[in-house]
Write a protein that binds this ligand. Structure first.
Ligand code: PGA
Length: 239
């Protein structure tokens, strides 16, 4: 399983260091085999002395350029300093709040693919599309896969319904299953679910057949809660 923590605009450099220390020792102590990723804010990037070989950090975004004049953005040169090789692309907050188009998202994808990054690529429908039914949902999601190389070997796809993100209201198991099953027909890479995952619903979601892991926002910000979810994942894997 893959368990990823998206800090969004939370945590400082100091609190990220403490978080990673705790998480690292938790993974070792409990012999956790899951691949665990933490996506802190840019200001918390560092060459952390992580011991677990299944714990890596990544970035929530970056500009598809080596370096240049893109005020407020960071590129490959800045990421390389911290040996960052994991990135989230297409997150709904970037698509909807920051107005990233599919064309730009796809450009980022090909840039970071050509630089060998592991990419957590996010797709998911807003509520008005969900209300139109499953076919409309899949049409919307397929449009978010336009110009994305689904055969890329370092691809992970996260299904995150927009209306479930940060709302405390996760999608229903049957809705997640239906979308993941449809995605599985096109995508061999691991498929994650994200959207109000918490210790109380993680087990049911991880048991969904085509679900290979979780992308967690709010519930990941507290390290103990995130570790609880990792423990649930370990128990589900042992079932
Ligand atoms: P959430 O966020 O867990 O707070 O819903 C998930 C995400 O945005 O990746």
């Amino acid at each position: 399983m893959i368990i990823a923590a998206n800090f969004k605009t939370n945590h400082t450099r100091e609190s990220t260091r403490e978080y990673l220390e705790k998480l690292d020792s938790f993974l070792i102590k409990n012999s956790i085999k899951d691949d665990v990723f933490v996506f802190p804010p840019f200001t918390a990037l560092n060459r952390y002395a992580i011991i677990s070989d299944n714990l890596e950090i990544g970035v929530q975004n970056a500009y598809p350029v080596e370096k240049g004049s893109f005020t407020g953005e960071i590129g490959l040169e800045q990421l390389s300093e911290f040996k960052v090789k994991n990135i989230i692309i297409g997150h709904s907050e970037r698509r909807h709040i920051l107005k990233e188009s599919q064309e730009f998202v796809a450009e980022k994808f090909s840039f970071f693919k050509s630089n060998g990054f592991r990419i957590i690529y996010c797709v998911g429908e807003p509520i008005e599309v969900r209300e139109k039914g499953f076919e409309a949902v899949m049409d919307y999601i397929y449009s978010q896969l336009e110009n994305i190389d689904l055969n890329y070997d370092k691809l992970i796809v996260a299904y995150e319904p927009v209306w479930a993100i940060g709302t405390g209201l996760s999608a229903k198991e049957e809705d997640i299953k239906e979308v993941l099953d449809a995605l599985r027909l096109k995508i061999k890479s691991p498929l994650l679910y994200g959207g109000s995952v918490k210790p109380s619903n993680a087990k049911e979601i991880l048991r969904i057949p085509n679900c290979d892991g979780l992308l967690i926002g709010t519930a990941s910000w507290d390290v103990d809660t995130f570790c609880d979810i990792i423990m649930i994942s370990k128990l589900v894997a042992e079932e």
